[in-house]
Design a binder for this molecule. Structure first.
Ligand SMILES: [Zn+2]
Length: 253
């Protein structure tokens, strides 16, 4: 009995051992699955990181392209600004020479300037910074563009009495007239189709001096109108606090 009992105990122990081993194996199996799972996750993450890195590299390249493009645009704008400044300087010196040469008998503008083009008209571009219609770059606009309705060749009129100091082709201004009103004030009219007055002529306020056109640096029939002031201090009473707008023709109407 004792021996049998012993055997039975041994068998029972074996069974327990087998069960334990089975459990251990299951645990190992589960752990293995877990590790494999982790490995797959890690690989997945590694792929994602690699994909992100590739995306970022691509983004960096795109940003670099964009930056180069913007730099190019900035350079173009700076060049346009310098060109305009040069052009403005050139014109300033030319006008001062012409004023000196003209020996005008006028001593400045009394009252307000006339609207320089016969109606109906509308302002197609104001004075100041604007997007250049040709290059798309920011550019300074030193005058006011006034377009006749339906692109008609409306008459351009002298904004005040004065002496014509320029009448002819003037680069980007196309057919151009400048009138010296004395006191260092000059009005400039650009892009006209035909000119009705000549250099040296004296014109009265409101006199027809040209027909509207689209000559020179122009995309459609309009008058480019500028007022230039050379005398300091200013010859007239400007509206208070608008020193920065000394050349803005809009302040004269
Ligand atoms: Zn203009």
């Amino acid at each position: 009995m004792t021996r049998l009992h012993s055997l039975s105990i041994i068998a029972s122990n074996d069974l327990t051992l087998i069960e334990e081993i089975q459990e251990e194996r299951d645990l190992i199996e589960a752990r293995k699955d877990e590790l494999e799972n982790n490995k797959a996750n890690l690989e997945n993450m590694r792929d994602q990181v690699a994909a992100n890195e590739a995306r970022m590299d691509q983004a960096v390249l795109e940003r670099k392209d964009l930056l180069a493009e913007l730099q190019g645009e900035i350079d173009l704008n700076l060049k346009a600004i310098r060109d305009l400044e040069d052009e403005s300087q050139r014109l300033d010196s030319l006008i001062q020479e012409l004023i000196a040469e003209a020996q005008s008998q006028f001593s400045g503008i009394e009252g307000e300037l006339l609207w320089p083009i016969e109606p109906p008209t509308w302002i197609s571009s104001g004075y100041g910074w604007r997007r250049d219609p040709f290059s798309g770059a920011q550019a300074w606009h030193g005058g006011v563009d006034i377009a006749p309705h339906h692109g008609a060749a409306n008459y351009i009129i002298a904004a005040a009495e004065g002496k014509v100091i320029y009448s002819g082709w003037n680069g980007g201004y196309g057919n151009c007239i400048m009138i010296d009103h004395g006191g260092g004030t000059v009005t400039l009219y650009g892009h006209m189709s035909s000119l009705l007055v000549q250099k040296g002529e004296v014109v009265s306020r409101g006199q027809r001096i040209a027909r509207a056109g689209t000559t020179g640096y122009s995309t459609g029939v309009h008058l480019h109108f500028e007022v230039r002031e050379f005398s300091k201090p200013a010859v007239r009473n400007y509206p208070s606090g608008n020193k920065d707008y000394r050349h803005n023709p809009m302040y004269y109407f």
